[in-house]
Each structure stands twice: as C-alpha cells, then as structure tokens.
Design a binder for this molecule. Structure first.
Ligand code: SAJ
Length: 418
C-alpha cells in the first residue's frame, strides 16, 4: 500500500511534469523530480522556474523549503514512477517515442517489486503495452502485468489533460481517465491518484485511455478547424465571423470555438496525427482539420503581405508570439510562424510585443529590422498592427491608439474598436 512515506519519482520536468511533482509533494509525499537536462535541474535546484505557468515560481520556492521535493539527473529507487516526457512526431508526422524509450531505459535499473509505473505522456494507442514490453526486456527478473499470472509490478496510463495557464487548478480538479494493463494495475493507479486529485478517477483499459486523450484533442482541433473554415468563408463574403459564431452559439445545441491564426502548442497540433498514424485510411476528417488549421496560418500571411503592398506599410507591429494567451510557450506557434515569415521578407521595421518573453527567438532575432518592444512602442510605432495572440495586456488598448492605423486582428478581440 502507498502511504505518505512513499517516494514518488516524476520523470520529465516540463510543463506538466514539474507542476505534477509539486502538487504531489504538497500532498505530503516525498517527491524526486528527474530530468536529463542539467540546465533544468540546476535551475530548479536554485529555486528558479524553467518555464512560465501562473503561480509556478511561488509554489516551487515554497515546496523546496518543505524538503519534500528534490531534483536529480538520474532516477532513484521509488514506489511510484510517473513518466511525463515529450512524445513529439517525426518530420513525416509519425510518432517519435525516443524520449519515452530513453526514460524507460533510465528507470529500468532502479525499478523493484510492487512499483507502480504510470505513463502520463500523451501516447499513441498501444504505447503503455510497449512500455511494458521494453521493461520486460530490460528486467528479465521481474514478472510483467498482462503476460504473467503473478506480476511483480503495476503499469498504467493516466493521460495528462491539463490546460497550460490553468495547470495547478486542473491537475487537482479535473477528472482523470486511468487505464491499467490489467484491472489490478488500474486499481492501484486509481488509489494513488485519489490521494491528491479531487476530480473523479474513471477506470478503463490502457488502450482506451490512450485513445480517449487523443480523441479529446482531435475533437478540439476539428471544432477549431470548423471555426477557421467559417472565418475564411465569412472573409470572402464580407460577413463578420465573430457575429456569426456568437449568434449561432445561442442555439442550444451549437458550440463553435473561436477562429484564430491557426492551432499551435505541443498537443492539439500534434496528437491528431497519432490517430492518423494508427488508422491512416479511416481518418479523412481528422486529417482535413489539420490541413484547414495549417492553411489558416498561411492565409493570414497572405493577407498581411497583401496589406503591406496595397497600403505601402513601412512599420509593422506584431502583438503576441506564444501559441495562446497569457503563457510563454512558443512551440508550434502559428503567431510565431506568421511573425517570422513576414519579417523575413519585409524591408521596413518590425516591432514585436510579447510580454511573456525576455528575448526574441532565433528566427526573429537574426533579422536586423526586428525588435522586441513594449506594447506602447509597438502600437505607437507601427502603421500596421497585427494582433496574433490575445494576451490580457492587449485587450485594453484604447480605441484612440488604434485610430488611423491599419489593423489585422486574428483573434477578434478589438472588433468593437474599429
Ligand atoms: N484555439 C483557437 N480557438 C479556440 C481555442 C483554441 O484557435 O477557440 C487555438 C489556441 O490559440 C492554440 C490552440 O488552439 O493555438 C490550442 O490551444 P488550447 O487552449 O485549445 O489547448 P492546449 O493545446 O493548450 O491544451 C490542450 C487541451 N485539450 C483540450 O482542451 C481537449 C488540454 O486539456 C490538454 O491537456 C492539452 O491540450 C494536452 O496537453 O494535450
């Protein structure tokens, strides 16, 4: 049985792993955070956050003081191992499990009888069983669940489902889907999560849990693709897309999401491809949604270029680079892609305002005409303002400041100001 003297290791201290480790440590467990990146380990050890998430800095400082949380480059013997490493795709959109495989190789030598191993990384269907098979080959002395009558360890999948920006709240309050390789594995994992999650823990199989997580993100991608397609139709018909969606959503059974510059981040832009990889011929809708959302980004680039040509634009201001509001995450960000692509071939000045970063990413930094500036400088200095990410700082730009400027508002946040 697990109790508060149990040791929990969290493998991978990224956007989900680090907050998860802190939440569990604050519930009284002794937690070891493990990451192969020494920069991340050193930063956390000195109380500095390696990424932005509301409240993370304060919670990290307080948790370090409690002596319930330590960080290490190599895994140590523990009662529970939570694997929370990236599962990206390769260039050809095929899932890349190299970080997961490495994590399994790293924990294999320190695993012992009765350990619970939980895969939290979003994974293609069948991955939890793969983890079991990798471990079986590395630890011939241990009986594995699902292949032995008397298994020595427990293995389960409990996909993370937290929204960046609201991670601490959702880690505790969201329901969880928990699928073990066997019902015993599921039960063991549920009793662990019940000790720190207030949401309900739903029991299922490992494969089903994998597909549930992928389906959630593919569903959201489809809904956003629908909104983006409607937005392009509206543009061609000269109709206000925001009004269309707002009023359509007043229907009791319609709930269209918001159009934008495309879909970014390391989840929704990636995970649908894991389903496509498992069933290429059965996924025309999922594949189309991906195409529509990628095309939306290209459409915005064309729109900006047309405006530059037609209106003789000398200075452009881009507002927001991160993939969504109020975070610093630039991964797969359509906002960044748009700002980079346009500024690469623009002769005038490019002002970028991104309140959540301290320096421009390489792709923009290399352009001598491009500078990271304050909101005031960006707005005052530009003849064309392109709102790419709807950060809170941008919502209250006074109407007078926008007067006389050309504006492309990809998120519809200034629609009442024009
Ligand atoms: N977006 C729109 N219009 C919308 C909503 C979002 O264009 O109406 C765009 C955002 O700007 C962003 C992208 O979609 O570029 C994704 O943002 P998001 O807030 O929808 O989702 P993520 O990627 O930050 O987090 C998602 C969540 N999944 C679902 O809501 C189904 C989260 O719960 C998952 O835990 C996370 O993926 C993950 O880790 O998989």
């Amino acid at each position: 049985m697990l109790n508060k003297s149990s040791i929990i290791s969290v493998i991978g201290l990224g956007y989900v792993g680090l907050p998860t480790a802190l939440v569990i440590a604050n519930r009284g467990y002794t937690v070891i955070g493990v990451d192969t990146n020494d920069k991340v380990v050193n930063q956390i050890n000195s109380g500095k956050v390696p990424l932005f998430e509301p409240d993370l800095d304060l919670i990290l400082k307080n948790t370090i003081k409690s002596y319930k949380f330590s960080v290490s480059l190599v895994p140590q013997p523990s009662d529970v191992f939570i694997i929370s490493v990236p599962t990206p795709f390769k260039k050809n959109k095929v899932p890349d499990l190299k970080y997961l495989r490495k994590a399994v190789q790293n924990i294999a030598p320190v695993i012992s009888k009765n350990n619970l191993i939980i895969l939290e990384s979003t994974s293609p269907v069948g991955t939890t069983e793969k983890v079991r098979d990798w471990l079986a080959r590395l630890r011939l002395d241990l009986n594995m669940p699902g292949t032995s009558e008397e298994p020595d360890i427990y293995i389960a999948h409990s996909p993370e489902r937290v929204l960046p920006g609201k991670v601490f709240k959702e880690l505790i309050e969201n329901d969880r889907v928990i699928g073990g390789i066997t019902p015993e594995c599921t039960g063991k994992a549920i009793s662990f999560y019940n000790s720190f999650v207030s949401g309900e823990c739903h029991a299922t199989s490992a494969k089903t849990a994998e597909l549930i997580k992928l389906s959630e993100n593919a569903f959201r991608d489809n809904n956003i693709a629908f909104a983006n397609e409607i937005s392009m139709i509206c543009e061609s018909l000269n109709v206000d897309v925001w009004e269309v969606i707002e009023l359509a959503n007043m229907h009791p059974r319609v709930d269209i999401l918001n159009p934008g510059p495309g879909v970014g981040g390391h989840c929704i832009a990636v995970d649908p491809w894991f389903i496509v990889d498992s069933a290429p011929h059965l996924t025309p809708l999922i594949q189309s949604a991906r195409k529509v959302n990628s095309n939306k980004c290209k459409t915005i680039i064309k729109k900006i270029r047309k405006k530059i040509r037609r209106e003789n634009i000398q200075n452009i201001g881009f507002l927001g680079l991160s993939y969504k509001a109020n975070i610093d995450d630039l991964r797969e960000s359509p906002s960044l892609q748009i700002a980079e692509t346009v500024s690469n071939k623009f002769d005038g000045k490019v002002f970028v305002c991104e309140p959540n970063i301290k320096q421009l990413p390489e792709g923009l930094k290399k352009n001598r005409n491009t500078a990271l500036v304050s909101l005031k400088k960006c707005v005052d200095g530009s003849d064309l303002l392109v709102l790419l990410t709807d950060h809170k700082e941008f919502l209250d730009v006074p109407f007078e400041k926008l007067k006389g400027k050309k504006v492309i508002d990809t998120r519809g946040v200034w629609r009442f100001k024009g």
